[in-house]
Design a protein around this ligand. Sequence first.
Ligand code: SF4
Length: 368
Amino acid sequence: MRTGTFQEDFFHDTQVIPGLLTSTGAGDISERVFSNVDMVDLDAYDKVVAFLSGGKDSVSMILKLIDAGIDLSKVEAWHHSVDGRESDGNFMDWPCVEDYCVKLCEALGIPVYFSWLKGGFKGEMLKENAISQPHIIETPTGIKVLERNAKSSKKATRLMFPQQSASLATRWCSSALKIDVARRGLSNQDRFNHSNILVISGERREESANRAKYYQLEPHRSDARVAKRTQRHIDHWRPVLNWSEADVWTSMEKHGILAPVPYRLGLGRSSCQFCIFSSDRIWATMRHYFPTRFQEIADLENRFGVTINRSKLSVSQLADNAKPIEVDDPSALAQAMSTEYTLPIFADSDNPWFEPMGAFSSESCGSY
Ligand code: SF4
């Protein structure tokens, strides 16, 4: 249970926190957490780093900032490239998602920076008696390679897909490919030192029992506000944590932003294309429309002798259990396979806004 001061509890109930979340002085910042803060004082921060997956929730959290009148020159988007950039083609993620983020950010007028674990998902999964690869971070002044400490890093072997679990140690893809990359990206750029940074991400409580317990505002794990050398104050805010899915689509429609490709194909989430949490129907859909990539996953699962699904059914057996979604949007299907995003970002008279087939879908296809 959080223990805050009277002043904090007061603001907790008023939705907007004037000034910064905490003082920059010494103290136990682990207690500076807030369950419900639907708006923060955006003027109190020098920079806003928006973790942009390219899905509707992360897009709508940026729209919420725009609605609040944020100075967009303070905002930058970060996208964590799940498959890295070292191999040709995608293994787990949608080929179009990176360029979608580029085109979306261009349209919104904010920069986007990419970061990844060298070798991406497949490289980490095939790790055998080796230390992890470096993180690679795109910055305003170029690419930074964040090497591992060979002396303190332990060698390890994976040789299996991440397992379906709330635990980030077992479901290692979220931590190795996103959370750790972000943490080191924030900790290893001097431009964030002696600054007040707001990191935002698009989780929603409605998505799962696990996310229902998230704090809406808390110090980010890269926060170093009490360290004299860095004085890096980083708060982590979840702007749409209390939004319903209807709220998200309403915001997208209000801003005229067309649904990203996965929703147009009938998926309810825009996570990795072949997310380990996919339902039988999503596996069947992926096998039907993307057979070569599906087969690579099926072959690796077979090679490891450990299934992705906890039921011990292989992805092929799961796909056998269901019928694929009947996709009725050929332009979205063609776009899904291309690394160049050519569909419009905004609705116009030739491309009116519409609610995609995947809206309000209950098929599982993303992390919780
Ligand atoms: S979307 Fe699914 S497969 Fe991708 S990182 Fe998250 S949990 Fe892992």
